[in-house]
Design a protein around this ligand. Structure first.
Ligand SMILES: [Fe+2]
Length: 394
């Protein structure tokens, strides 16, 4: 069976790649971008630097810096409006440059598509497919995490019903990605851990997904080999450039992998935790990853054993049965070392958790992601897994 593979048309990868921004825009035939970002990126000076680079070659840009973590429908409306208004000189924007973690990039994807094609973001919710490209989007990630610079997805929360909407299609695949690990050197430890576990989850889920294919397998394995040995290092040694570079590359490769193979049950169950309890995306993945892996192993032991060896939790001498046990042990140990709290330690009340279980299970199933899992659960099994995660000691 043939597989549909989408990738950015241009990727600039490596330390200092940000300097290539003007050349990337020129190669795409555009010169008037709206930069979509957040306040932190302004404070860090990344936006000034990008605008300076553009000014040096006579390109005009403007900035929308009001994106929020875990973006909502409401939070992107002002960005769509700004996009439609155009530049102060009366010219329209011809492209979007996203600078930041997953949230600014996901926001920029939604803003670009809505400004170009119209409608509301809920019109684009899965299973709808955004099958046309809009304006060129250049994604510049500053965390080694979501891989959004290399995926055909965006996630926007419908704040009227607390649901994270998965939106899919070629319209959400960036035209270009500038993957410069130097931008990740300033990321604080907590965010480094959460986004790093998100990237690891992408690679594992892409590899065990029912939609895995020969192309995605290679990206996923390469990502695991880069992330496995480096995740603890970047958490403890934020200035370790070699580890930061490996993590950044690993996150982008994991993005390519799950963009064609999809994610699975961890992500399906993670989004409702984010929507209901405002837990950062990578952190809710981390809470779920050991328990969901243990649950899923029986349906894909060989695949999980290969994951264990790729991340360095097992070696070639271990049998598959031993390797998968070592994988679960490693995922738990990783959560302990990276200080991942359980839901209770995060501050979620027991009553609210229990009250939300049925709706969370419903939303998880509706997202389609659990259907990609090697072992496909029903609503009751998802509720039981949420309960396991509540009681699990991290
Ligand atoms: Fe993710």
């Amino acid at each position: 069976m043939p597989h549909n593979i989408l990738m950015p048309r241009i990727m600039e990868v490596g330390g200092g790649a940000l300097d290539r921004l003007p050349g990337v825009l020129a190669a795409l035939g555009v010169q008037r971008p709206l930069i979509v970002t957040d306040r932190m990126m302004m404070e860090l000076g990344y936006v000034d630097r990008a605008q300076g680079l553009l000014r040096d070659v006579g390109m005009v840009s403007d900035v929308f810096a009001d994106t929020v973590p875990e973006p909502t429908e409401r939070s992107i409306t002002a960005g769509v409006e700004k996009m439609r208004q155009g530049l102060a000189n009366g010219q329209g924007f011809d492209s979007v440059v996203a600078i930041g973690g997953g949230s600014p990039i996901d926001s920029a994807k939604a803003i670009g598509v809505l400004a170009h094609f119209g409608g509301e973001i809920r019109d684009y919710k899965f299973p709808h497919q955004a099958d046309q490209s809009g304006l060129p989007l250049i994604a510049i990630p500053t965390t080694a995490g979501t891989g959004s610079e290399c995926t055909r997805f965006t996630i926007i929360t419908d704040d009227t019903v607390d649901e994270k909407m998965l939106c899919v299609g070629v319209g959400f695949m960036p035209t270009a990605a500038i993957v410069d690990y130097e931008l990740s050197l300033s990321v604080p430890a907590r965010v480094t851990a959460d986004t790093g576990i998100d990237a690891l989850t992408h690679a594992i889920e892409a590899y065990v997904s029912r939609k895995a294919n020969g192309f995605s397998d290679q990206q996923a394995l390469a990502a695991m080999r880069l992330i496995g040995p480096n995740l603890r290092i970047v958490y403890h040694e934020p200035d370790n450039r070699a580890a930061r570079e490996a993590m950044m590359l690993g996150a982008s490769l994991a993005g390519l992998a799950f963009s064609s193979a999809s994610v699975a049950l961890v992500h399906g169950m993670s989004r409702p935790i984010g929507a209901f309890f405002h837990v950062p995306h990578g952190l809710s993945n981390a809470m779920l990853l050991p328990a969901v892996t243990r649950y899923s192993i029986e349906a894909a032991q060989q695949r999980y054993a290969t994951c264990a060896r790729a991340i360095g939790a097992a070696n070639a001498a271990n049998s598959d049965a031993a390797a998968v046990r070592l994988l679960v042990r490693e995922l738990l140990a990783l959560n302990t070392e990276l200080e991942v709290p359980g839901p209770a330690a995060y501050g979620i009340s027991r009553d609210k958790w229990q009250a939300a279980l049925d709706t969370m299970a419903e939303q998880a199933l509706a997202s389609g992601s659990p259907g990609n899992n090697p072992r496909v659960p029903d609503a009751g099994q998802i509720v039981a897994l949420y309960e396991t995660v509540w009681h699990q000691r991290m």
